[in-house]
Design a protein around this ligand. Structure first.
Ligand code: PLP
Length: 439
């Protein structure tokens, strides 16, 4: 692992991730080392994660029902992965770790267990807006303090089972005051779910200390891209609900009668987590996620926060005076922001900027509405924006390349032509070839 901050202005990557030396073709010819500024979408694998998967592959086998040695090892690894996740988030004794596919899956699972209505903010990612069947949406105000006041008013106005809130905005990176919101939810007789898809890779989580009842996040955003996510939470709602998926593993005993349980007593379902994990589990995904949790804990979140704060300030300072460029933010009083910078530039479509950064500079960013259409609308950007998201592998050299590239664009010095076709911006002509993924 490399040092966090080196002498002078230079900021090195904080950890080794896959793809850090990837060379990508440029449209004008030649190639450059890829700059991955799209970590909020999916983060590259940490080296500890890929090492762990490689070490596990020889004993990769069926989980839970096999007597063979490899099967025992895989089962042990799967169950120990729960312990790593529980430690990583500071789970209490009454909280269980359920493995899912991703945050969306976790939130849909919980939505089937909530015994009442759910209160959400209008700033949420669609994954935390759409699953709640009986929801009340509160419009966020211009300050965080006023937003919290509006949430309290809504939560206490009628019986509410759950407050479902993001830990950090996937559009602006602003962090919400989770412990304070947990206190508010409980005072109004509700529980709290935190969508930690964007918080978990950046900040230490402590469910017990914060009083959080449920938490969801995705492995692929936590440097563990092997298809697993988690829902961590209080057992009672999970045990009272019908299984998320019905099938093998979620049930203790099945008879022909109970298999026709619409017209007969239901089968004897297992308790959580098995109740909601029917089918063969994703043991490598769970192990990867656990390896990422362990590696991030070892790394120390104070260093993670410092690393991204320095790089984020460097982007803000570098772009602040660019003509027509505006940063997106929600609140003037947000106390903390994770490594995300989102902006628009007058006279350029977001997709055009992203296509240019990729084609001429080998820089990957995200453009669009980030699965948060109501938020983009309220920020006055219904056509989207450009999001730069930092990760553990980011460094000051990457930031300087981005700032130079944006300045070149706005200065009228791009070298290629771009056109929008079928809603997507592309360089014309497109001279780059796609690397053969089968190599
Ligand atoms: N919540 C937030 C805040 C997100 O940023 C995302 C993905 O970008 C999700 C939920 C959905 O995550 P996934 O696609 O891994 O289910």
């Amino acid at each position: 692992m490399t040092a966090v901050l080196t002498a002078g202005e230079c900021v090195a990557p904080l950890a080794r991730v896959s793809g850090s030396d990837l060379r990508v073709p440029l449209v004008q010819g030649g190639d450059r080392t890829y700059v991955n500024f799209d970590c909020a979408a999916s983060a590259p694998a940490l080296s500890q994660v890929t090492d762990r998967i490689e070490a596990l592959l020889p004993t990769y086998s069926s989980v839970h029902r096999g007597a063979g040695y490899a099967s025992r090892v895989s089962t042990d690894c799967y169950e120990k992965a729960r312990e790593s996740v529980a430690r990583f988030v500071g789970a209490g004794d009454e909280q269980v770790v359920v493995f899912t596919r991703n945050t969306t899956d976790s939130l849909n699972l919980l939505a089937g267990c909530v015994p009442g209505s759910t209160v959400v903010l209008d700033i949420e990612h669609h994954a935390n807006l759409l699953p709640w069947k009986n929801s009340r949406v509160v419009r966020a105000a211009d300050t965080l303090a006023e937003t919290v006041r509006l949430l309290v008013a809504e939560l206490c106005s009628r019986p509410s089972a759950l407050l479902a809130v993001t830990g950090a905005s996937n559009v602006t990176g602003e962090v919400l005051p989770i412990a304070a919101l947990a206190e508010v939810a409980h005072r109004c007789g509700a529980r709290i779910l935190v969508d930690a898809a964007q918080l978990a890779p950046h900040r230490r989580i402590d469910l017990e200390a914060w009083g959080v009842d449920y938490l969801a996040f995705s492995g692929h955003k936590l440097y563990a891209p092997f298809g697993a996510g988690v829902l961590v939470g209080r057992r009672d709602w999970l045990d009272d609900a019908e299984p998320y998926l019905a099938g093998g593993g979620a049930v203790r005993n099945v008879t022909v009668e109970s298999a026709q349980w619409v017209s007969a007593p239901a089968p004897e379902w297992a308790s959580a987590p098995a109740r909601h994990e029917a089918g063969t589990p994703n043991v490598l995904g769970a192990a990867a996620l656990a390896a990422a949790c362990d590696a991030l804990s070892d790394l120390d979140f104070d260093r993670v926060a410092e690393h991204e704060a320095v790089l984020r300030s460097r982007i803000l300072d570098g772009l602040e005076s660019v003509d027509g460029l505006e940063f997106l933010r929600l609140w003037s009083d947000a106390p903390d922001t994770v490594g995300i910078v989102t902006f628009t530039i007058d006279g350029f479509e977001p997709g055009e900027i992203a296509a240019y950064l990729s084609a001429e500079h080998g820089i990957g960013v995200r453009d669009g509405r980030f699965c948060a259409h109501p938020l983009l609308e309220r920020l006055g950007r219904p056509d989207g924006a450009v999001r730069v998201s930092l990760g553990l592998g980011s460094c000051s050299e990457d930031v300087d390349r981005l700032v130079d590239a944006v300045r070149t664009l706005v200065g009228g010095n791009r070298t290629w032509i771009y056109a929008k076709e079928g809603g997507q911006w592309n360089p014309v002509p497109e001279r780059r070839f796609l690397l053969d993924a089968q190599r």
